[in-house]
Design a protein around this ligand. Structure first.
Ligand SMILES: Cc1cc2nc3c(=O)[nH]c(=O)nc-3n(C[C@H](O)[C@H](O)[C@H](O)COP(=O)(O)OP(=O)(O)OC[C@H]3O[C@@H](n4cnc5c(N)ncnc54)[C@H](O)[C@@H]3O)c2cc1C
Length: 377
């Protein structure tokens, strides 16, 4: 079988490696428009300290990634300057470039043929048996067949930019700060001992109050740096193609068309507050690889199996994402709540987390929450 994969992001590289390792006689090629090690952003965060989800694809890859990551078990939520600690949340942070280079080596050692600096046009590569479009949120392949995939793209209200900062945070931290009629939020976490990702988000009220609509990108960086000076420990925000833009929610009613199948961000995007896009993308890779293994050479049934098995899981996450996005679009009003009520409201926002689960997974936080409630009553 001849398989072409578009995009050497986490979804494309992981899928290519899995399928080639399982089927050494297949011809598997990956095409990436950029050079190796050219990528946007800084670190990514994967939930689960043991990275057990990766082991479902291949235990070897989990053992390669785990040692290079930074791990922590708490989440910190900073509400108007007060830090509330939530125990029981296991995360691993690692550099996107580091992760991609591990995946690249993993794929290359399996015999995958990787072509960098090779941008693929949407009408190319139709001669292969299977074309896996893992070409990211702005997928040209998906857009070229948007009607067949039933693609829907919604531009959300909030703006965001993905920066880096040379400092360390003890855990995954969310810092909420009001501004004008709106609010800013920063999602920040370390991915090397002294290097962290800093994703800044603004609702339209804060965006307009700050005058960001009238600024160029560098002025926006400087404003954000001054606004979050305390959270940044006085350090500058580092840009790596860090443009402010609106969140885009991409969904597709149908996941394959002819011999083309979508995975990763090309298939669906997610807000980082419901879990990591990288993890979801790599879970798509595992699901597609499994469906192909079980469907054998009958591609149509394998692709149908991929969609039937993975879609309900993605639907549930998508519902959670929609609820979480709505919460973030309303964060300024919610910040009027007292700190512990605000944090509880945040934790329960998607309906996935329940008070009973919090009692089990975050007993220290719940003890402090109940004591605060009793005191405030
Ligand atoms: C602000 C922000 C913060 C985020 N934070 C996190 C986080 O903390 N943790 C996390 O896990 N995820 C995070 N994500 C999301 C994460 O980056 C994506 O979900 C993940 O990278 C998706 O993987 P992918 O392989 O599907 O797509 P991508 O990583 O986007 O890879 C697609 C690849 O395809 C290539 N490509 C595109 N078109 C072509 C073409 N025509 N020909 C050849 N190559 C092409 C691109 O160059 C790219 O390398 C964040 C995203 C944003 C925007």
């Amino acid at each position: 079988m001849k398989i072409d994969v578009l995009g050497a992001g986490p979804a494309g590289l992981f899928f290519a490696a899995l399928i080639k390792r399982a089927n050494p006689n297949y011809v598997v090629r990956v095409f990436e428009q950029n050079a190796p090690d050219v990528t946007f952003g800084f670190g990514v965060v994967l939930s689960g300290r043991a990275l057990s989800f990766l082991s479902e694809g291949d235990p070897d890859i989990a053992s390669r990634i785990a040692p290079v990551g930074e791990t922590w078990t708490d989440q910190h939520i900073v509400h108007r300057g007060e830090t509330i600690v939530i125990d029981g949340a296991g995360f691993t942070g690692l550099g996107r470039v580091t992760m991609l280079s591990i995946l690249r080596d993993f794929a290359a050692s399996a015999g995958v043929d990787i072509h960098f600096n090779h941008r693929v046009a949407p009408d190319a590569h139709e001669d292969c048996d299977l074309l896996v479009a893992a070409d990211g949120a702005n997928s040209a392949f998906r857009d070229a067949h948007a009607a067949s995939f039933g693609t829907r793209v919604v531009d959300l209200l909030n703006y965001f930019a993905w920066y880096g900062v040379e400092t360390s945070y003890p855990s995954h931290t969310l810092t909420f700060q009001p501004h004008g009629a709106g609010a800013f939020c920063a999602h920040h976490y370390r991915y090397r001992p002294n290097m962290s990702t800093f994703v800044a988000e603004a609702d339209p009220g804060a965006w307009n109050a700050a005058g960001m609509h009238a600024m160029d990108n560098e002025e926006r960086r400087l404003f954000t740096q001054a606004f979050f000076a305390e959270a940044l420990h006085g350090k500058p925000l580092i840009s790596n193609r860090s443009f402010w833009r609106r969140w885009r929610l991409v969904t597709n009613d149908r996941w394959s068309h002819k011999n083309i199948v979508l995975i990763g961000d090309a298939l669906r995007t997610a807000h980082p507050s419901i879990g990591s896009g990288t993890r979801l993308a790599m879970e798509d890779s595992i699901a597609l690889w499994r469906a192909l293994r079980e469907g054998g050479r009958d591609l149509a049934s394998a692709l149908a199996r991929f969609e039937a098995e993975r879609k309900p899981i993605r639907e549930r996450l998508n519902n959670a994402a929609v609820a979480s996005i709505a919460w973030y679009e309303d964060m300024a009003a919610r910040m009027a709540m007292p700190s512990y009520d605000f944090v509880m409201d945040y934790l329960l926002r998607t309906g996935v987390m329940t008070p009973a689960r919090l009692e089990r997974d975050s007993p220290d936080f719940m003890r402090r929450y109940h004591a605060w409630k009793a005191g405030s009553a």
